[in-house]
Structures are given as C-alpha cells and as structure tokens.
Design a protein around this ligand. Structure first.
Ligand SMILES: Nc1nc2c(ncn2[C@@H]2O[C@H](COP(=O)(O)OP(=O)(O)OP(=O)(O)O)[C@@H](O)[C@H]2O)c(=O)[nH]1
Ligand SMILES: [Mg+2]
Length: 398
C-alpha cells in the first residue's frame, strides 16, 4: 500500500516578489491576501479550480487582492492546523517573503485551528466564512439586513474569543472586522451573548411585520415574482431590464455588478406585464455553495419571502462553464426551503455570450439576455401564461 505521505502533492502559484511590488496604483490600498487551500479527496460537486476561482472572487468582493495561492492536496484535514505541519512551514516562509496583510483559508477553520495558525504564522488569519460575513456586512443597507449580519458575525466570533474573552484574536482592521458594532475589539462573551438575545428579539419584531405585509399582499390578490439564483447570475440585471420594459411603479434601478454578492437586501417593484397583469417583482440575495451555516439561518426569513412568491425565476448564467453545478446548489437550497418545483421557471441568462446555441429551451425554461434584451418579451409572455394557469386552477369547479 502506498504511504499516505506519498499522496501528498502540493504546488504554489505565487507571483514573484518583484511582480507583487509592481501592483496597479488603484490596488495600492487593497488588503494583500495569500490564499491557503486544502484539496481533500471528494472535494464536492464543484471542481476544485472553480472553487478556488470563486474564493478569489470573494476576496476581491471583500476589498482585497490575491497576491499568491498555496494549495496542499491531502487525504484529510489536519485537526490542529488544517494544513499539514510541513505545509504550514512553507506558508510561513511565503508570508515572510511576500509580506501580505492577511492569509485567507478556503474553508471554515475550527477555533483551535485558527488559534494555532495565528500563533504559528503571526499574521491576521481569515477563513471563508468570515470573508463572506464581511462582504455581507459591507453590503447590508436595511436595518433587518444589518441585524442579520451582526447576529451571524457574533455567533461566529463567540467560540473564537481568546483567554479572558476580551480579545478578538488578531483581527485589527480591514476585512473581517466589519458588521459587529462599534466596540469590535472590546467585545466580551457576556456582551456578545446579551447582544445576540437583543438582536433575536428585534428580528422577531421585524419578521412579524414582514409576515403581516405578506398577508396584506396575499389578500390584495396581486401576484408575486421572485428572482433567485447563484450570485452573479444576472438577477439584478434582469430585474432592471424587466422594470424598464414593463410599466413600473417605484423608481430607481438596483445595482448590478460583477462583484459577488452585489445584492444583499431585497427590493420589490410593481410592474405591469401587459394585458392588465400586474405583479410585484423582487430581487434577492444570491446563493453560493457552502453558505456559512450562521448565514443560512440568518437569511432564512429573506429567502422564505422569496420562496412564498407565486412564481420563482431561477436565473442561471449559461455562459458559466460550471452552470450545471450552480443550478444544483440553488435547487438544493430551494428544495430545503420547500419551494414547489412547478412554480419555478429556469431563466438561462447571458445568451449573448454564447457563440451558438439552439433556441429551444427545455420545457419550463427560457433563454434570454438581460443585457441585450433578447428573449425578454418571451419571458413576460411565459410569466403571464403561467400566472393565468394558476388562476384557472383556482376556479376549477372540482
Ligand atoms: N453579457 C452579459 N452580462 C450580463 C447579463 N446579465 C448580467 N450580466 C453581467 O453579470 C454581472 C452580474 O450581474 P448582476 O445582475 O449584478 O448579478 P446578480 O445575480 O444580481 O448578482 P448578485 O447580486 O451578486 O447575487 C454584471 O457584470 C452584469 O453586467 C447578460 O445578459 N449578458
Ligand atoms: Mg444582484
């Protein structure tokens, strides 16, 4: 049998120090990040390269720039240090050579792993969970969104406090420090527990108001549409495109951008699809694989509202080579939240980026481009048709 060590394989993709020094002037203020990743067997449904690419996107979305990536292929996670000891040594040398601000690990680290790595590397350490929480903290605008992020952040930090519980490890400033109130560095366990209870109370109030609004909407009989899908699929772009061709009430476009998690708070507008069919359309937060459990819970209410809609438009970026895996991630979450399959229309967006495709989309789906406008009228027709089918179901005599 092969020795376990023989299976270890590692490689470094590091730019040379000189190259790293010649960074773009606009990148000067960005936090310089080394990514450290572990490629374990059975890594999951996504190819590892895509997973790493997405992590780089998350670092950029949080305001950092990746200067090097270090990967270790290994059978399993090392419980004390996440990577194997030898690889941690290698990482230490890389840190000394490139002098980054931060090292980001590709998965959530246990409190013990985080502490050990901080001691061994003597630098700010972040993991994928805190990275996502930080992006959410930067984007949250509504009171509810801010409360949800703060709750998730505190729940993540509580078991990671040091010693007397008054030190928040080496977070300092920058990525990973946003979203948990003014007194970030003086937080102690008692304060955090009290604050968690307080946030939960406030959120319960917000949620009951939300449920009330939902009931009022249902009573008013107006149909609802929600845009859901993987982050960066083009939900906000489609939302804007539909609002601009359908007569709408409520002004302003929502922001669309290639940054991951551009949208955090939901936005709803009333649009007229023609033929007297008015609907409320809602843009929502994007999905991502392995969403931190603290956030899944925190955003449950936001997603619940989306799931409750009469129709869900599942927006897919068909130009993404990994789109099938991403469909899988979204469908799994939708199923967990109890969304009914027959209320979902799959919208294959960004067809303008495809060289050639056959125009016949699978049943219950549609091809379009939110950017060029191609296929939008067909989508509106399909929505009207589906909502009318819904109505005729309701008045069926038997
Ligand atoms: N070529 C092309 N690009 C598109 C199209 N739709 C959206 N995009 C681009 O894709 C990127 C992401 O678009 P968004 O609308 O912000 O995507 P989103 O799903 O709302 O993303 P999050 O809010 O981050 O979850 C932006 O750079 C858009 O300009 C399209 O039909 N064609
Ligand atoms: Mg968006």
């Amino acid at each position: 049998m092969r020795n376990g060590n023989a299976c270890w394989r590692s490689f470094i993709i590091a730019r040379k120090k000189q190259e790293v020094k010649h960074i773009n002037s606009k990148d000067k203020d960005k936090e310089r990040v080394i990514i450290a990743a572990l490629k374990v067997e059975g890594y999951g449904i996504h190819g590892f390269d895509h997973y790493l690419e997405e992590l780089r996107g998350l670092v950029e979305a949080a305001g950092g720039q990746v200067i090097a990536t270090l990967v270790q292929a290994r059978r399993q996670v090392e419980s004390a240090t996440y990577l194997g000891r030898g690889k941690v040594e290698e990482l230490k040398h890389l840190v000394q050579e490139l002098e980054p601000d931060t090292v980001v690990f590709d998965r959530e680290l246990s409190p013990v792993q985080l502490r050990n790595l901080e001691q061994l590397l003597d630098i700010k350490i972040l993991d994928r969970t805190i990275l996502i929480l930080d992006i959410f903290a930067q984007r949250a605008r509504s009171r509810e969104g801010q409360l949800q992020v703060e709750l998730a952040m505190l729940q993540y930090r509580l078991p990671r406090l040091r010693g007397s519980g008054t030190q928040l490890s080496r977070l300092g400033a920058g990525i990973g420090t946003r979203g948990a109130g003014e007194q970030k560095l003086e937080l102690d366990r008692r304060y955090i527990r009290g604050r968690i209870q307080e946030i939960k109370r406030q959120m319960a109030r917000v949620e009951s108001t939300r449920a009330l609004h939902r009931k009022q909407r249902q009573r008013s009989g107006i149909k609802t549409l929600s845009l859901v899908g993987y982050t960066n699929a083009g939900k906000s772009s489609l939302f804007n495109a539909l609002c601009s061709i359908a007569h709408k009430s409520g002004s302003g476009q929502v922001e669309a951008d290639e940054r991951l998690f551009q949208t955090l708070d939901t936005t709803t507008r009333r649009i007229d699809l023609g033929g007297g069919q008015k609907v409320l359309i809602t843009d929502t937060v994007g999905f991502i694989q392995d969403l931190p459990p603290a956030l899944v819970a925190a955003f449950h209410s936001t997603l619940e509202e989306a799931i409750d809609a009469d129709l869900l438009l599942h927006v897919v970026d068909i130009s993404d080579p990994n789109y099938l895996d991403k469909i899988g991630v979204v469908e799994k979450v939708l199923e967990e939240l109890g969304a009914e399959k027959d209320r979902i229309i799959t919208v294959f967006n960004k067809v303008d980026l495809l060289k050639d495709y056959t125009d016949t989309a699978p049943k219950g789906s549609i091809y379009l481009s939110a950017r060029s406008g191609q296929g939008l009228e067909d989508l509106m027709g399909l929505i009207v048709q589906r909502l009318q089918m819904d109505k005729s179901d309701c008045i069926s005599p038997i």
